[in-house]
Ligand binder design. Structure first.
Ligand SMILES: Cc1cc2nc3c(=O)[nH]c(=O)nc-3n(C[C@H](O)[C@H](O)[C@H](O)COP(=O)(O)OP(=O)(O)OC[C@H]3O[C@@H](n4cnc5c(N)ncnc54)[C@H](O)[C@@H]3O)c2cc1C
Ligand code: SF4
Length: 333
């Protein structure tokens, strides 16, 4: 076992003073402890953030909600404000992991969980994300679960979170604090595409702690759907997932949001595709055109070509269920 020191600071400022390249914050530990056990990450210092508070869910002055980074996935999914006003987020969280894991896993940790690429977890193989410059065996190897959009020669990994796909569709804002002060990051900018530095999953500096996630005022509490397609009915990561949210008035889409999970290094959105839905009457044909547009440029690897058609069908189904309800495609909303 690689030795490490353990610290449990009592304040956010103390926590960020302790942070550097050799440290890791630990929240629920449901991903980080696994990674340490497999020697994938070897922090010299663990900074336990469980005594910092950051565990409230509060309404904001502008009608949104502020979620502390230490709020558990379970508490978030079942909170009345979230269930009532952001049901897309509840649905996405409850599609992930298991009840036990959701009790331990935190909101901040969910954002920062690492990819499920097999080679990343196998220290006997090269991996550019784990060891920059060593290579990407997934490109030509077992790549059934890998990316079809936004990948690079250096890495074809996907981001595994369900919650993040809903947060992308809801245009959440991430509040972070580091030694240089506080800043807010739009969700679309929080995670990175791999390019030639796949070791960096996100935009945080090493001393920056996620302190909260802010949701804008609710808009999609009537017409929403998180659809997750996976190999098993539970306890499995998404092959493809879709967060669909529509604001429909008098049979016309006023506002649409659409995000994909399981297909790229970050939740995948294209605002031009969403704008194309505005002012239109919902229909399977319209949704099919949106699906084709969102998947434009999708590039399959040897074993994941099935994801393109799977994603197209999942988008049409998620948008249709968001618009018309879960049972009858094409029925009146
Ligand atoms: C068997 C299994 C199945 C799973 N299935 C799913 C699934 O289907 N869908 C899904 O979405 N997820 C799934 N997960 C992943 C799970 O959701 C994550 O492990 C969890 O959300 C991570 O949260 P945590 O608090 O335990 O993070 P930790 O493991 O404590 O930390 C994870 C990372 O986040 C960093 N970190 C934590 N909090 C902060 C913070 N506030 N600021 C900065 N950095 C921080 C840590 O340094 C670490 O790098 C599964 C996990 C397991 C083990
Ligand atoms: S896809 Fe990314 S995480 Fe997987 S082996 Fe390649 S570089 Fe590593």
């Amino acid at each position: 076992m690689t030795p490490f020191s353990y610290h449990k600071p009592a304040s956010v400022s103390e926590a960020i003073q302790l942070a550097d390249r050799s440290s890791h914050f630990i929240a629920g530990g449901t991903n980080l402890v696994d990674l340490m056990k497999e020697n994938v990450v070897r922090p010299e210092r663990l900074i336990d953030i469980s005594a910092l508070g950051l565990d409230a869910i509060e309404p904001t002055a502008n009608g949104g909600v502020l979620i502390g980074a230490r709020v558990s996935n379970a508490d978030l999914a079942w909170h009345p404000l979230i269930e009532q006003h952001y049901p897309l987020l509840s649905e996405a969280i409850l599609a992930g992991a298991s009840p036990q894991l959701r009790n331990m896993a935190s909101t901040g940790g969910n954002l920062l969980q690492r990819t499920r690429c097999y080679y990343f977890y196998d220290t006997g193989t090269p991996c550019n994300k784990r060891q920059p410059g060593s290579g990407c065996p997934a490109r030509t190897g077992l790549n059934r679960i890998h990316a079809i959009l936004g990948a690079s020669d250096a890495c074809v990994a996907t981001h595994p979170s369900d919650m993040c796909v809903a947060l992308a569709a809801l245009e959440a804002v991430v509040h972070v604090q580091g030694r240089a002060g506080e800043r807010r990051i739009a969700f679309a900018d929080f995670h990175r595409l791999p390019q030639d530095t796949p070791d960096r999953d996100h935009q945080l500096a090493v001393d920056e702690l996620v302190i909260a996630i802010e949701l804008p005022p609710p808009e999609f509490d009537q017409h929403y759907r998180y659809l997750k397609i996976r190999d098993r009915a539970s306890y499995a990561f998404a092959l493809v997932s879709v967060a669909a949210a529509l604001n429909i008035e008098q049979g016309v889409i006023q506002h649409a949001r659409l995000a994909l999970g399981g297909v790229a290094h970050k939740p995948w959105r294209d605002t031009a595709v969403e704008l194309g839905l505005h002012g239109q009457a919902p229909s399977p044909a319209l949704f099919s055109r949106a699906a084709d547009a969102l998947l434009q440029g999708a590039t399959p690897l040897a074993h994941n070509g099935f994801k393109i058609q799977l994603a197209q069908r999942a988008i049409v189904r998620a948008l249709s269920e968001a618009a018309f309800g879960n049972t009858t495609l094409g029925a009146a909303s």
